[in-house]
Ligand binder design. Structure first.
Ligand code: 6PG
Length: 256
């Protein structure tokens, strides 16, 4: 365990998806048993997608029996400002990888409503209102998600908190709009304080192109300026980095 959380290395992307799904089922069973519901923020990206596909294939094997999807609330850690049926949409990716295969409750699927917003800032404001309503937040309060799945880019971004955009420093709201010039696109992202208030944060990291930022954020020395992913320090929660061998060639094979 490091100050930056616990690194768990598995052999390959398939093993990582299986471990991520196992943790989802375990955390979900516990949350539903203890608190009556399971609130999860999902990430975009190829690595997270494989985990969702694995959850879709195994949800009925959760530790205390099939997950009760009527008690699971899904959110998005970030979304591209595109229509929900766009090939770029993280909502569409989760629908294809997970929702189309499980008995979810529509009222509990809280996507970023890009199709109802005038621009990314409007979408962010609407999403913030959704979070405040679902969590029953008083003004000034923060939502405590049970689980946040995050990916990491080769540039050390996570969610849509990209270096150089200012988004990683936004701390006065729950959701922010992000202009990513390098991608020529607008994004909507949960802010770092929301991510850092979660009970369990699990990074899903595969590929040799992540090895440099991953080692920096897990072992140090920190980059300057720090990678956005390296700023995840849950204040009252657990942080786990699930990595495949390609992303963590320096690290010992880890247990569970
Ligand atoms: C997105 C994600 C992004 C992603 C990383 C890792 O919307 O693209 O939120 O943060 O998780 O870029 O993606 P890969 O797992 O595909 O490398």
């Amino acid at each position: 365990m490091t100050a930056a959380g616990r690194l768990v290395v598995v052999e390959d992307a398939a093993a990582l998806a299986a471990e991520a799904a196992r943790r989802f089922l375990s955390l979900g069973s516990d949350a539903i048993r203890v608190r009556g519901r399971f609130t999860v923020a999902l990430s975009g990206g190829h690595t997270p997608r494989a985990a969702y596909e694995r959850i879709a294939a195994t949800w009925w094997q959760a530790p205390s029996g099939p997950l009760d999807w009527s008690r699971i609330h899904l959110f998005w850690g970030d979304e591209r400002f595109v229509p929900p049926d766009s090939a770029e949409s993280n909502y569409r990716m989760v629908r294809e990888a997970l929702l189309d295969h499980v008995p979810f409750t529509a009222a509990n699927i809280h996507r970023v409503e890009t199709d109802r917003a005038s621009d990314a800032a409007d979408a962010a404001a609407r999403y913030e209102a959704t979070l405040r309503q679902v969590f029953g937040l008083k003004p000034g309060a923060w939502p405590r998600l049970d689980l946040v799945f995050l990916g990491m880019g080769a540039d050390g971004h996570t969610a849509s908190l990209f270096p150089g955009t200012g988004a990683p420093d936004v701390a006065d709201r729950l959701v922010t709009a992000v202009r990513v010039e390098r991608l020529g696109s607008w994004r909507v992202s949960l802010t770092l304080p929301v991510l850092n208030y979660a009970a369990d944060v699990i990074f899903l990291v595969t590929g040799a192109d992540k090895a440099v930022p991953l080692r920096s954020v897990v072992e140090g020395p920190p980059a300057s300026p720090p990678y956005p992913a390296g700023r995840l320090r849950p204040s009252e929660g657990s942080l786990v980095w699930l990595a495949d061998r390609d992303a963590a060639p320096w690290a010992p094979e880890d247990g569970r």
